[in-house]
Design a protein around this ligand. Structure first.
Ligand SMILES: Nc1nc2c(ncn2[C@@H]2O[C@H](COP(=O)(O)OP(=O)(O)OP(=O)(O)O)[C@@H](O)[C@H]2O)c(=O)[nH]1
Ligand SMILES: [Mg+2]
Length: 413
């Protein structure tokens, strides 16, 4: 199961429910303090992060028949866009609102009509076509362009580039920057179609195709190009340009998908922060989701540091414990666990802490302090913060990598 945004959001809105799950035995005053001063700010912060996230908006561009609709289907993992071998299939732009119910997430995909039609409908029409395309771009404000080019046609791309330049100029005037990922499709049927894509011969042809595009079509200088994967140069290039950010070869043919995972990961990196959560939770990408976790850990550590800004006696360390438990639960949730106290228990048990139902809250706090490095009788803000950070990192290693690492062995932030 993956991280479910809607469900998590609902749970976060109901602090009381979560709070009641924590093993608390304390006075009403203590309870109010923890709730309002300690947990409140941290929860609000995470809640805000989730609330502000929105569906990613991805727009395909490219000539008719080059594989725009096939790409959309490959990314979504099922057929939503019509695919047709001969007749231009996508006539006007098609807008897809793609719900992923199991994750409570949504993607927005706009499958545009082919450039080819736009360019070849005679002078007047061409202008109209590009104008229409620009109108749609400004209307939908995509986070990313997926420019699909059949790898066999890289040599005939000058018309496409004119359209791209035209679009680029318009966006510049409006002060909008939309990164373009160039996707070279049809690599499976490049050269000898019976050869598997991973053969050296085929990989060489793919690299040739990418190089041609870079040198002759984009005319980008070598230093601005980097391999996406050093061990597999044919998986794609990163471009250090303002607009063109990468070239990724793929096969979107359903029976012979290739390199879609590289593309998926790359899109995850290029999307703006706000659009990432909805995208990543669907793709369940550990590496990317961890970036999210990192910011959760930082936020919780900061709040813990604030609580300890007037030194608190070690004996009172328990005021931070709920905060830390909650952080562990949220990290577990981001990794795909359920948002409940048992998720924290699972981690603590793996660390060798036995959290039976009968265990009092103070004794849990006491056990936690033993796991976390701190000397002396008082906890300063700095220690509260770095201890919380170490605990978060340890929980992250456990939930994301199944590794048991004592927070004591984690160096500070
Ligand atoms: N073998 C192979 N065929 C592909 C690939 N991508 C697309 N095709 C085929 O090419 C044809 C056209 O693909 P579409 O995805 O419909 O192309 P499109 O860009 O959406 O075309 P329009 O909607 O007309 O603009 C279909 O028969 C696809 O199956 C690929 O990577 N490999
Ligand atoms: Mg299409």
């Amino acid at each position: 199961m993956g991280f479910n945004k809607e469900k998590t959001q609902k749970l976060l809105q109901d602090i009381d429910v979560l709070f009641d799950q924590l093993p608390m035995k304390m006075s009403a005053k203590q309870r109010a303090y923890i709730k309002n001063v300690v947990l409140g700010p941290a929860l609000k912060d995470v809640q805000k992060m989730i609330e502000e996230s929105r569906p990613p908006v991805m727009m395909t561009l490219g000539r008719s028949g080059h594989g725009k609709s096939s790409l959309i289907n490959a990314l979504i993992g099922k057929e939503v866009a019509k695919v047709n071998p001969v007749v231009p299939e996508t006539r006007g732009s098609t807008y897809y609102e793609v719900p992923f119910e199991e994750y409570g997430a949504t993607w927005r995909m706009i499958d545009t009509r082919g450039f080819f039609d736009v360019i070849n409908e005679g002078r007047g029409h061409r202008e109209d076509g590009v104008k229409q395309l620009k109108k749609e771009i400004l209307e939908h404000r995509p986070d990313i362009f997926l420019h699909v080019i059949n790898i066999k046609e890289v040599r005939t791309m000058s018309n496409d580039l004119l359209v791209m330049k035209d679009i680029g100029d318009t966006l510049k005037k409006e002060n909008i920057r939309i990164p373009i990922v160039t996707i070279l499709s049809n690599v499976d049927i490049l050269g000898n179609p019976t050869l598997p894509i991973e053969t050296p011969e085929k990989q060489g042809q793919i690299i040739q195709g990418m190089n041609y595009l870079i040198r002759e079509v984009f005319q980008i200088e070598e230093p601005k190009v980097k391999f996406l994967n050093l061990h597999h140069p044919a998986r794609g290039y990163i471009l250090k340009g303002d607009h063109y950010v990468g070239i990724i070869p793929v096969s979107t043919y359903p029976d012979n998908l290739w390199n879609i995972d590289t593309l998926e990961e790359f899109i995850g990196e290029v999307l703006p922060e706000r659009a990432k959560l909805d995208y990543l939770q669907v793709k369940n990408q550990t590496a990317q989701m961890k970036k999210f976790t990192t910011s959760v850990i930082k936020r919780f550590s900061t709040v813990a540091g604030g609580v300890g800004s007037s030194p608190i006696p070690v004996a009172d360390f328990f005021v931070i414990t709920p905060l830390q438990l909650l952080m562990i639960i949220i990290i577990g949730t981001l990794s795909g666990k359920e948002m409940k106290i048992e998720t924290a228990h699972e981690y603590l048990a793996a660390m060798g802490l036995n959290i039976g139902a009968a265990l009092g809250f103070r004794s849990l706090a006491h056990q936690l302090t033993k796991m976390i490095p701190m000397g002396g009788m008082f906890i300063s803000g700095g220690i509260a913060s770095s201890a919380t950070y170490a605990l978060g990192k340890s929980a992250e290693m456990y939930f994301f990598h199944g590794k048991v690492v004592n927070p004591k062995n984690i160096k500070g932030n």
